[in-house]
Ligand binder design. Structure first.
Ligand code: ZN
Length: 193
């Protein structure tokens, strides 16, 4: 069986200068690129997810509550939806887009251009272990990791290659990972404003 690195939502809008910036996001993007360069044979597969909104309804709030509703972000066709330039994407085999018409925090809600979901793609490629990196620790990384574990993948979160929106929600994510039997490595970047 094989393993995969999952890169969650390392997009311009979630990094410094973006509409829903996570402090430390640009460093996470660079750190993932360094990891990929340092371990050229480290994973059988490398995949990425993108938050990818057309009209996600109540996911965009005016004003947002920053719990269930957010400033507009990662709108299809905008620069904000593109991968951050610090992320070297040449080893990314496939991108799973999520959230076109509703909130979608987990990469497991995403699909390829052909409509294949992440769990099916991983199983079809013989993956049974996943390592998860990206943004943000306490929202989309959290949801992706919990779904990975629920789908039966042996799951590790590389916390040192994630950044969190806030300390309280980050603590909640760490507890949820522990409760779900998810392995973690390192500490998340938390630079709450
Ligand atoms: Zn979103």
């Amino acid at each position: 069986m094989g393993n995969a690195l999952i890169i969650v939502d390392v997009q311009n809008d979630f990094c410094e200068g973006g509409s829903l910036a996570v402090a430390g996001g640009a460093d996470v993007a660079a750190g993932i690129s360094r990891l990929l360069a340092a371990e050229p044979g480290g994973w059988d597969h490398v995949v990425a997810t993108k938050d990818y909104h057309i009209d996600p309804g109540a996911h965009f709030g005016d004003p947002p509550d920053f719990v269930d509703s957010w400033p507009p972000h990662c709108v299809v066709g905008t620069q904000g939806s593109e991968f951050h330039p610090n992320l070297v994407t040449d080893r990314v085999e496939v991108i799973f887009h999520k959230g076109e018409h509703a909130a979608a925090y987990s990469g497991f809600e995403g699909h390829t251009d052909d409509g294949e979901c992440l769990a099916d793609w991983l199983r079809r490629h013989g993956v049974d272990q996943v390592e998860i990196t990206g943004l943000a620790t306490d929202f989309c990384v959290r949801a992706t990791a919990l779904d990975a574990a629920a789908e039966g993948f042996r799951t590790t979160v590389r916390l040192d290659l994630t950044a969190a929106i806030g300390p309280d929600t980050a603590r909640g994510a760490l507890q949820a990972f522990s409760d779900a039997g998810i392995t973690t490595r390192g500490e998340p970047v938390i630079r709450a404003a």
